[in-house]
Design a protein around this ligand. Structure first.
Ligand SMILES: Cc1cc2nc3c(=O)[nH]c(=O)nc-3n(C[C@H](O)[C@H](O)[C@H](O)COP(=O)(O)OP(=O)(O)OC[C@H]3O[C@@H](n4cnc5c(N)ncnc54)[C@H](O)[C@@H]3O)c2cc1C
Length: 319
C-alpha cells in the first residue's frame, strides 16, 4: 500500500514537498492553520485595495525553479515585475496573488485549511495529528513539519523525549527576524515616480512597494511598506495603531507626499519574517520514525530557500 504522509504547513516548503511526494505516488494530506494556503505569501483585500503584505517577489537562481516560474508565466499564474528588476536577473510574482502558483501545485492534493495542529503522537498504527479542535487525524506513515522553527519546536515538544534530537536541535538553531508591515491605500492614486519597488537602507523603512504596479492587482492605489528587521524588533510589542502612525510618518518623509491622507491604513506584525540564522541543512528527516522538517529557515530565508528545502525533503523521504 502507498505510504500515507501528513504535511503540516502549506507555505512554499510544505506545498513543494506535498506535491513532490504526491507525484511519486504517496498518499499526502496537507494541514494548514490559515484560512487559505500560502503562509508568508499572503495577500489581503481591504476597501477595494489589494495588498501583498508578506513576500513581495522571487528573484531565483535555481534553474529548476526558474523553469517552473517560466512555465507559470505561460500558464498565467506567474508574471514578471519589471519595477523590481535591478540587474539582468528576472523578478517574478504570483498572479493575481503570490500564492496562486502554490494553489496549482496543490490542485490534486487534499488540503485541510483552518486546521492548526497542536499535538503529535505515534503508536503502532503510525502518526496521529491532533488539531486545535481536539480532532485526531491519521494514522500516517510519515509526518512532515513545514512551519517556522519556533512553532515546529513546540510541536516536537509534544512528543517529549521521543522527539528526534537532531530535529529538535535544528529548530533551536534557526532564527527569524520580525517585520512590521504597513498597508496604505490612496484615492486618488499618489502621483509618485520611482517608488513602485524601492529598497531603503536608513530609517525605519526597508522596503516600499506600490502593489498596484504588479500585474493582476487591480483596485485602489495600494502600497505595502516593510519596516527594517532592526526597527521591527525594537518595536515588536507596540500596538498596531502606534506602529501605523510612526511608519506613515516615515513613509511621508521617504516619499515626500506631504500631508496626503490614506483612505486605508493598517499595520500587520509578522513575528517570523526573514531568516537571520539558517540551519545550513536543506531539510531533515528521521527515517526511523518518518518525521521530517523543512522550511526556508533550513537554508537561508526567502522563497527560493523554502522551495529548495521542500524539494530536498522529498528526496530524503523517497530515499
Ligand atoms: C514581510 C515579509 C516579506 C518577505 N519578502 C520576501 C521577498 O520579497 N522575497 C522572498 O523570496 N521572500 C520574502 N519573504 C520570505 C518568504 O515569504 C519566506 O521565505 C517563505 O514564504 C517561507 O515559506 P515556508 O513554507 O518556509 O514557511 P511559511 O510561509 O511560514 O509557511 C508555513 C505554513 O505553516 C502554517 N502553520 C504554522 N503552524 C501551523 C500549525 N501548527 N498547524 C498547521 N499549520 C501551521 C502557516 O499557516 C503557514 O501557511 C518575506 C517574508 C515576509 C514575512
Amino acid at each position: 500500500m502507498n505510504r500515507r504522509i501528513a504535511v503540516i504547513g502549506a507555505g512554499v516548503a510544505g506545498s513543494v514537498a506535498a506535491r513532490g511526494l504526491a507525484q511519486a505516488g504517496l498518499r499526502v494530506t496537507v494541514f494548514d492553520k490559515g484560512r487559505s494556503i500560502g503562509g508568508r505569501l499572503a495577500q489581503r483585500r481591504r476597501e477595494g485595495a489589494v495588498f501583498d503584505h508578506g513576500a513581495q517577489f522571487i528573484r531565483p537562481r535555481d534553474p529548476v525553479l526558474i523553469r517552473l516560474l517560466e512555465a507559470g508565466v505561460r500558464a498565467g499564474v506567474v508574471a514578471r515585475w519589471p519595477a523590481a528588476e535591478v540587474d539582468e536577473r528576472p523578478v517574478y510574482i504570483g498572479k493575481p496573488a503570490m500564492a496562486t502558483p502554490l494553489k496549482m501545485l496543490l490542485a490534486e492534493v487534499p488540503v485541510e485549511t483552518n486546521c492548526r495542529i497542536t499535538r503529535l503522537a505515534r503508536d503502532a498504527e503510525g502518526w496521529w495529528l491532533e488539531d486545535a479542535g481536539d480532532i485526531r487525524h491519521g494514522p500516517f506513515d510519515g509526518a512532515l513539519i513545514a512551519i517556522p522553527p519556533v512553532q515546529a519546536r513546540e510541536l516536537l515538544g509534544t512528543l517529549g523525549d521521543a522527539a528526534p534530537a537532531a530535529l529538535v536541535a535544528a529548530t533551536e538553531a534557526a532564527r527569524l527576524a520580525p517585520c512590521w508591515a504597513l498597508l496604505l491605500a490612496f484615492d486618488p492614486p499618489l502621483e509618485l515616480m520611482h517608488h513602485d519597488a524601492r529598497s531603503l537602507d536608513t530609517g525605519p523603512i526597508a522596503w516600499i512597494a506600490r502593489n498596484t504596479s504588479k500585474t493582476g492587482r487591480a483596485g485602489r492605489d495600494a502600497w505595502t511598506v516593510h519596516a527594517s528587521p532592526a526597527w521591527s524588533s525594537a518595536h515588536l510589542e507596540e500596538t498596531p495603531d502606534v506602529i501605523a502612525a510612526e511608519l506613515l510618518a516615515a513613509f511621508r518623509a521617504a516619499t515626500g507626499i506631504g500631508a496626503v491622507t490614506p483612505c486605508h491604513i493598517e499595520a500587520h506584525r509578522w513575528r517570523y519574517s526573514l531568516v537571520t540564522e539558517p540551519v545550513g541543512t536543506p531539510a531533515l528527516f528521521d527515517a526511523e520514525t518518518g518525521l521530517g522538517l523543512c522550511g526556508d529557515w533550513c537554508l537561508g530565508g526567502k522563497i527560493e530557500a523554502a522551495f529548495l528545502s521542500g524539494r530536498a525533503l522529498v528526496k530524503l523521504v523517497l530515499n
